[in-house]
Design a protein around this ligand. Structure first.
Ligand code: GLN
Length: 486
């Protein structure tokens, strides 16, 4: 068994018993990257030397008795998170040579834990996309079928975990960008409650929706990673000052007596029959484990995509104003005037999808249109929050598909933004309401592509998600099934 194919908790046991070293483990991951990265293309930047140096430092700590579960564990980081002195591109040409002067809060936590940071994973430019095809550098392939998309925008993180090019990864989720690629690549992905994890050092896309979270090989690893990154941070004004529960302790409990709500609107037209069958099987498994399934309604679900594609671009148009060629990032050196320098730097630095969103967002916020678009979308958002509040008063968690279909072929939706946007219909409402959500593998399509099931819960009820997901995982026995990379 290659070390790179194991989970955090399996490797931690080997590391603390000194049966393996962090250096051996990191070398195993780097060897795996050397063998498969040409096919998968999960990374934008690799830091081999840095990783080996961090592994040696971890070995010294482990030898001195360190028991942190992430000490010596090789991780991939979505390139949206600032890493001090290590290139952070956000998938964009405009940040091609950006070396952050500081670490994101979650990176500080990983470094303090003794984790090994292998590299920066590919992503859609500024996290805008659902297929990872909007990247100025690499377009990762789905390890289960190399002609399929791996999902987005944290596609590189999901592909790296699925292909054993790291042990676990971090992504960010604004409208589904952790859960959807996790579902398409057959890994676990959790979007924490808005405010659970610090966004300090996360390059902002839509600040009222963005949240950082893990992608892992199993649910126990997701609990370990969530534990490591959660907690209050004064540098993020939306970070919540509330105690962080023991997430791995939540796994030991069964699900007997838990109520799972099945939102009927999530099983409507456009749902692939194989996805539906796999998700309905997941419901039966949880029922067999003692949970009770009840039908619930989230009546405003169908307006989620429309509201999101006003709110997210509106916030993006404001957040991305800082990329002006002056303080950091790409600058067109040929421009004659200051005005030309702004225009040319942005025209050349941003890709087409980012420009589309800046234009939509600027329009939606402009005087005369603000009430019709941004204000209306915010009102719809409130209705969606109320839907969830009512539904979650009747159950512990909501169970549904993550995405309406398995991964599609590379290029299939690349020239049809609306088709791409609609693929997010079942993940977007979670972000609009600030809820936690998890994607857990629940099957494989006949084409050999993974299918995930989504669980959503009330704010700060991550423990319920992990408990249900863990019990489901135990019954489905999909962990350790590896993609063929063909
Ligand atoms: N696919 C959605 C978008 O393009 C969500 C992206 C995300 O969660 N970062 O905006």
């Amino acid at each position: 068994m290659e070390l790179a194919s194991l989970t955090i908790h399996e490797l931690h046991a080997l590391l603390v018993r000194r049966e393996i070293t962090a250096r051996q483990l990191t070398e195993s991951v780097l060897a795996r990257i050397a063998a498969v990265e040409g096919r998968v293309q999960a990374y934008i930047t690799l830091d081999r030397e840095g990783a080996l140096a961090q592994a040696e430092a971890a070995d010294q700590r482990l030898a001195a008795g360190e028991t942190n579960p992430l000490c010596g564990i090789p991780l991939a980081i979505k390139d949206v998170l600032c890493t001090k002195g290590l290139r952070t591109t956000c998938g964009s040409k405009i940040l091609e040579n950006f070396l952050p002067p500081y670490d994101a809060a979650v990176i500080e936590k990983f470094k303090a834990a003794g984790a090994v940071l292998v590299g920066k994973a590919s992503m859609d430019e500024f996290a805008m996309g659902s297929s990872n095809e909007n990247c100025a550098y690499t377009v990762p392939r789905n390890p289960w079928r190399l002609d399929a998309i791996c999902g987005g925008s944290s596609g590189g993180s999901a592909a790296a975990v699925a292909a054993d090019e790291c042990i676990a990864a971090l992504g960010s989720d604004t409208g589904g960008s952790i859960r959807q690629p996790a579902s398409h690549c057959g890994v676990v992905g959790i979007k924490p409650t808005y405010g659970r994890v610090s966004r300090y050092g996360l390059l902002a896309y839509a600040s009222s929706l963005d949240q950082v979270g893990p992608l892992t090989k199993d649910v126990r690893d997701a609990a370990i990673m969530l534990q490591a990154i959660s907690g209050h941070d004064q540098r993020d004004s939306t970070s919540i000052n509330a105690p962080v529960p023991d997430y791995t302790a939540a796994l030991v409990e069964g699900v007997a007596g838990m109520k799972i709500g099945i939102p009927k609107e999530y099983f409507g037209a456009g749902l692939d029959p194989e996805v539906e069958a796999a998700v309905r099987n997941a419901i039966r498994q949880l029922e067999a484990a003692g949970a009770e399934a009840v039908e619930v309604s989230l009546p405003h679900t169908e307006y989620g995509v429309a509201a999101y594609y006003i709110i997210a671009p509106a916030e993006a148009s404001s957040n991305l104003a800082r990329y002006d060629g002056v303080r950091f990032g790409y600058r067109d050196l040929a421009a004659d005037t200051l005005h030309d320098m702004f225009c040319q730097s942005r025209s050349q630095g941003f890709g087409p999808e980012v420009k589309r969103r800046i234009i939509i967002g600027t329009y939606a916020l402009s005087s005369g249109y603000y009430d019709a678009y941004y204000k209306k979308a915010s009102q719809v958002r409130t209705l969606i929050v109320e839907d969830f509040t009512k539904a979650l008063a009747q159950c512990d968690a909501l169970l549904s598909p993550v995405a309406p279909t398995p991964a599609w072929r590379l290029g299939e939706k690349a020239s049809d933004p609306l088709a791409m946007y609609l693929s997010d219909a079942l993940t977007i409402p979670t972000n609009l309401a600030g809820l936690p959500g998890i994607s857990v593998p629940c099957g494989l399509s006949t084409a050999g592509l993974p299918i995930g099931v989504q669980l959503q819960a009330a704010p700060f009820a991550e423990e319920k998600l992990l408990r249900l997901a863990f019990n489901l995982e135990q019954r489905l026995d999909l962990v350790g099934k590896k993609p063929a990379l063909a």
